[in-house]
Write a protein that binds this ligand. Structure first.
Ligand SMILES: [Zn+2]
Length: 83
């Protein structure tokens, strides 16, 4: 499975986000090292794309969106690149 390199971001209001291939995922729940991320348009557009991480690694992804990808949001304050 082809996966773009994810970028771990922090929004201005302190939310953890992942930018991946033009889509943005927002951290929903964490359980220890595991985290579940929903597409940032989950509520607005009922997009059902989701990914799971273990530490800094993506262990599961359903990268199926019902909307077009968009350019980087200027509201994102801090960008830290994953190696
Ligand atoms: Zn989406």
């Amino acid at each position: 499975m082809y996966i773009d390199y994810p970028e771990f971001l922090t929004s201005q209001n302190g939310k953890r986000m992942i930018s991946l291939g033009g889509y943005t995922f927002v951290c929903q729940t964490t359980m220890g090292q595991k985290a579940r991320w929903w597409c940032s348009t989950h509520h607005k557009k009922q997009c059902r794309a989701v990914l799971h991480t273990l530490g800094d690694e993506i262990v599961y992804i359903r990268n199926e969106h019902n909307h077009a990808k968009k350019q980087m949001n200027t509201a994102i304050a801090t960008i830290s690149y994953l190696v």
